[in-house]
Structure formats: structure tokens, C-alpha cells
Ligand binder design. Structure first.
Ligand SMILES: C[S@@+](CC[C@H](N)C(=O)[O-])C[C@H]1O[C@@H](n2cnc3c(N)ncnc32)[C@H](O)[C@@H]1O
Length: 276
């Protein structure tokens, strides 16, 4: 986990003090949202905050990263035509999960939807090793093929979003992103006015953005940043639930981080947003 601490929200204040306000959106969504932000807030830093490594990898984990990951990963060249990477499998749709952690949700989704292709992004090596350990039998690190409908992107998800063709994705999952609750760290949040354009460019019209958070600061931030009056790209998939829902929707497998949040008494919210 990153970004702990409880000082302020980074939210725009009514008196104009504090963090930079989320600017009013243009009247109508542009047909092709710009990759670089023009929605008003300072763009998030290019640099990736958060950890790439935790405790030292055990021998098996190191073998998975060294020997298996190269076969599972989507390369930068393949990102330009991601569906071709899955041939001869022809997926019905392409989904992306940003920050899959240990991969519980990713693995449950590819098992439940064998007709869908999914790209899982994670920068934390221990998380990548945890997912690979569930897919690669012991001793087969150098040979086990990836599932036909899964590829991994072990780099910053923002890089992939910029490389994918426009409207390449039908769904994007962002489950329990690092909250960065301190106001001065607000720029580091993945849901950020500047990142919305990047996400929207890669999502097809009608595509779905699913976000969950247990952090009250992030929950308030979500409401402000994704308010249809503050951005032109997304509307609530369920117009009766713009504030997110308290019960995890049925086709939404649980994650490790969510279980920890519930154990510790926090209340997750779940959002389904539709790309205009
Ligand atoms: C709080 S954890 C949640 C993990 C998982 N989704 C869950 O619910 O258990 C957030 C994860 O996002 C990853 N992450 C943060 N920024 C990322 C980025 N720009 N690209 C890819 N992964 C990222 C972190 O490494 C971390 O594993």
C-alpha cells in the first residue's frame, strides 16, 4: 500500500483555496479526446509513484519473472494491435485491469469469460509473481503457455493506455487504486482529471469503467472528478447510482485488498461508468 496519511483531500474548495479546482468541462465531448490533458487540472507526473518491489523474491518467484513473464507479457509493439496478439483466438471484447494486485479478480474474470481477452497491468513484481504462480505449474516456468485470453503489462498502465489504438477497450477495471489521501499527493491518483482523457481515448463509446475504493478521500474525489458536470467522457452506467453502490455487483469478483478493507472495517464503494 502506498500513500497513507490523513491530511486533507486535495479536493477543490468552495472558497477557492487548497488544491487546483477541477475545471469546468467543454460543452460537448470531443470526438477524439486528446491524450495530453486539457481538462484543466495539472497533469499527473510521468513518474510512477508506488513500489515496484516488496520483500525479496523467493527462488520460484524469481524464475516466474525471469522465465515465464516474457511469454505472458504484451510488448510495446503488440500494444498497437492488441487483438492480433491473441491469434488464433478471436475475442469478443478486450478488457483491461489496472493494478491487479495478486490477480484474484483478473483470474476469476478470464475463467468466467473465456470469450473475452484481458490485459492485466501491474507494476509490483511480487504481485506479478503471485498471479503467475497460480497459472504456471512448478517446474514449467520456461515452457507453460499463457492462457489464450490473458496477457500481462508489467509497466505503468498509463503507458499502455497511450499506446493502445483509440477505442480498443470495451471495459477497464481499476479496483482499489492507491488512494494517496494527502492533498499534496492528489496528482498521483489514477482517477485524475488529466488521466480521464487518456482512459477515455482507449475506451470504446459505450465501454465500461469500473472503479472501487474503500478510502473516504478517494470516494469524495471520485464524486467530484467524475461528476458529469466536471468532465465530458463518462456518465454513471446506472443513473440511479451516481455515488457508487455499497454492495459489490454480482459479476465483480472480490480482491485481496477489498477483503483487507472489509476486515479493517472500511466501507468500499463500487462504480460502473459508461463511456459516452
Ligand atoms: C491498493 S493495490 C490494489 C490491488 C488490487 N486491485 C486489489 O484490489 O487487491 C493498487 C495496485 O495498483 C498498482 N498500480 C499503481 N499504479 C499503477 C500503474 N500506474 N500501473 C499499473 N499498476 C499500478 C500497485 O502496484 C498496486 O499493486
Amino acid at each position: 500500500m502506498t500513500g497513507t496519511g490523513k491530511t486533507g483531500t486535495g479536493m477543490p474548495r468552495k472558497d477557492g483555496s487548497g488544491a487546483k479546482p477541477v475545471a469546468a468541462p467543454p460543452a460537448a465531448p470531443p470526438a477524439t479526446p486528446p491524450v495530453a490533458s486539457s481538462v484543466g487540472a495539472r497533469p499527473p507526473p510521468e513518474r510512477l509513484y508506488g513500489r515496484r518491489r516488496g520483500h525479496p523474491l523467493r527462488a520460484r518467484q524469481a524464475r516466474l519473472i525471469e522465465l515465464a513473464l516474457p511469454r505472458f507479457r504484451l510488448t510495446r509493439a503488440q500494444a498497437a494491435d492488441p487483438l492480433a496478439t491473441f491469434a488464433p483466438f478471436v475475442p469478443r471484447a478486450l478488457w483491461l485491469e489496472v493494478g491487479f494486485g495478486a490477480g484474484e479478480h483478473t483470474l476469476a474474470q478470464i475463467a468466467a469469460h473465456p470469450d473475452i481477452a484481458l490485459i492485466g497491468c501491474e507494476v509490483f513484481e511480487n504481485g506479478l509473481a503471485a498471479l503467475l504462480a497460480r497459472l504456471v505449474p512448478e517446474g514449467e516456468e520456461a515452457s507453460a503457455p499463457p492462457p489464450p485470453n490473458l496477457r500481462l503489462w508489467p509497466e505503468d498502465a498509463r503507458t499502455l493506455l497511450a499506446l493502445l489504438p483509440e477505442a480498443a477497450l470495451d471495459r477497464l477495471f481499476l479496483l482499489f487504486p492507491d488512494p494517496w489521501p494527502k492533498a499534496r499527493h492528489a496528482k498521483r491518483r489514477f482517477i485524475h482529471p488529466a488521466n480521464l482523457a487518456l482512459i477515455a481515448r482507449a475506451l470504446a463509446p459505450g465501454g465500461e469503467l469500473r472503479v472501487a475504493s474503500d478510502d473516504p478521500t478517494y470516494q469524495d474525489w471520485m464524486l467530484a472528478v467524475l461528476d458529469p458536470a466536471a468532465q465530458p467522457y463518462f456518465v454513471p452506467a446506472d443513473p440511479t447510482a451516481p455515488r457508487g453502490v455499497r454492495a459489490r455487483p454480482e459479476d465483480w469478483p472480490p480482491t485481496r485488498y477489498e477483503a483487507k478493507a472489509l476486515r479493517e472495517g472500511r466501507c468500499p464503494l463500487y462504480w460502473r461508468l459508461r463511456r459516452r
